[in-house]
Design a protein around this ligand. Structure first.
Ligand SMILES: [Zn+2]
Ligand SMILES: [Zn+2]
Length: 286
């Protein structure tokens, strides 16, 4: 049997307090769904970048929790959620990266789809400063004031309650830094990039790309039954060496398996290359 378009005409709820709908909605409206913003849920309860609330579980689990909460609160059956993380790039060592996920949850059809994007164009940074001048230098390097800052005392008992978030003007920055230096035991302020989406245009772009990737996955249908989310489930290595023909570690094919009917498709030479450079051959170039 062939399934009809499972999403078309339905309403998807999206919960954010950080203006992410401004990049997510224009993309996902192309899926033929109605989009509804739910801003009554405090997404900060699921974790903040500034550490007042630690995120529980993985990035996927956090996004899923937000989507489930939105479904529970609105009575809708389709929800979107976005969750970001910052840290070392998964394959490029020591390079900082921003990983964004936009997730779609369909409680009627028991479908969960993921749109991922990894970017190394991130300004994620922090620094201890002992003067306003040092703070302004830091601001110049990370793209302040179009990108916001977070300021707090570097040490001492007042560290936990004094916290300035979303600092986006020079006068606010000067005020915050002077105050935090004054209340810090070591007379230093800790200053960092505000990674909340509405304070961070670089991050907004990565979220937009993750939303595009989700749209592609939603539109990727099983050739046999039309179920959405027909995606690569396995990469098979063994692309032959150009010189000796031995299998190399490079990708030979991608395997797609339908989650509904288990239809399997293997696409050879997914990158367009039919052989590998002998430089990467363990036989020719051990
Ligand atoms: Zn070879
Ligand atoms: Zn199928």
């Amino acid at each position: 049997m062939k399934y009809p378009n499972l999403f078309k005409g339905r309403t998807a709820v999206f919960t954010t307090k950080h203006k992410k709908e401004s990049v997510v909605f224009p993309i996902l409206s192309k899926a033929g769904i109605h989009l509804k913003l739910v801003d009554s849920i405090d997404t900060d309860l699921f974790g903040t970048f500034t550490g007042e609330v630690l995120r529980s579980g993985t990035q996927v689990e956090a996004a899923r929790l937000k989507a489930l909460k939105a479904i529970e609160q609105t009575g809708e059956t389709l929800a979107l959620a976005s969750e970001g993380s910052f840290g070392p790039h998964p394959t490029l060592y020591f390079v900082p990266a921003n990983v964004e996920l936009v997730l779609l949850l369909d409680s009627t059809n028991q479908i969960e789809l993921h749109g991922w994007e990894i970017s190394i164009d991130t300004n994620y940074a922090h620094q201890k400063v002992k003067s306003v001048d040092e703070a302004l230098d830091f601001g110049n390097r990370i793209g302040f004031p179009s990108h916001g800052l977070v300021v707090r005392p570097n040490s001492g008992s007042g560290k936990s309650d004094l916290l300035f978030k979303g600092v986006v003007s020079e006068s606010e920055l000067i005020y915050a830094v002077e105050k935090c230096i004054k209340y810090s035991e070591d007379m230093n302020a800790m200053i960092e990039t505000d990674m909340r989406a509405m304070c961070n245009p670089k991050r907004m772009t990565v979220i937009e790309n993750a939303a595009s990737n989700l749209l592609n996955i939603m539109n990727s249908l099983c050739p046999q039954c039309n179920w959405p989310g027909f995606d690569v489930t396995e990469k098979v290595s063994g692309l032959p060496c150009e010189l000796c023909g031995s299998p190399t570690r490079a990708t030979l094919s991608h395997i797609y398996i339908c989650k509904k009917c288990s239809f399997k498709n293997e696409i050879e030479f997914p990158g367009g290359k039919t052989s590998e450079d002998p430089t990467y051959c363990d036989w020719c170039n051990p």
